[in-house]
Ligand binder design. Structure first.
Ligand code: GLN
Length: 192
């Protein structure tokens, strides 16, 4: 079982570290052809406008859609969630379209760039998860195929749609590897 982390931009190194801490083999993905060598992929946080441009420039859009369509797990965090979303502010975004959610960028306002909060959810187990939000997006709405796994102040912050996992926060910035563990569980389940 081999996991890739899209390494065009953003917090990819921290995801590699979290995956390795769980004993998984983890590699950086910089070219579309490298997707053939992994069984699942993380799209990290960073800056979605830069990531969108780099994904297009490096020819990742079609290959990433195909990768997800085969049922291989894809986990997007923060900017990674934004580029996976079907809709941005109610309008369809033509990009990866991997998960049926509507997202608002930088939803918590400029004054509060970053916040930390304990979140809960059955999938996380009995202990709260300390979530780090950095210029975080907010999920405004989700289609019926999307399973909410955790909420913060009424909106979904962790969700799954079949083989696609999405978080509005940065689970790679804490030592708690439970959410990376959820991602690795999708490898076994074939997530269909
Ligand atoms: N605000 C960033 C964006 O819109 C996302 C921030 C992040 O990934 N931490 O792309």
């Amino acid at each position: 079982m081999r996991a890739g982390v899209l390494a065009l931009q953003g917090a990819f190194r921290e995801h590699i570290r979290a995956l390795r801490a769980l004993g998984a083999e983890a590699v950086e993905i910089r070219l579309p052809a490298e997707l053939d060598e992994v069984d699942g992929l993380i799209i990290p946080g960073g800056e979605s406008t830069a990531m969108r441009k780099l994904m297009a420039d490096f020819g990742f859009i079609g290959p990433l859609r195909e990768f997800a369509a085969t049922g291989k797990p894809v986990f997007g965090t923060c900017a990674g969630l934004i580029v996976m979303a079907e809709r941005l502010g109610g309008r369809r975004q033509e990009l990866l379209n991997l998960i049926d959610i509507d997202v608002e960028r930088n939803a918590y306002g400029r004054q509060v760039d970053s916040r930390e909060a304990d979140i809960h959810g059955e999938a996380l187990g009995p202990e709260p998860f300390h979530a780090v939000f950095i210029r975080a997006p907010q999920i405004l709405g989700a289609g019926p195929g999307v399973e909410p796994l955790s909420r913060y102040r009424g909106s979904v912050v962790l969700a799954r749609q079949k083989n696609i996992l999405a978080a509005t926060f940065h689970p790679e910035l804490t030592d708690d590897t439970r959410i990376h563990g959820l991602f690795l569980q999708l490898f076994d389940r074939k997530a269909r």
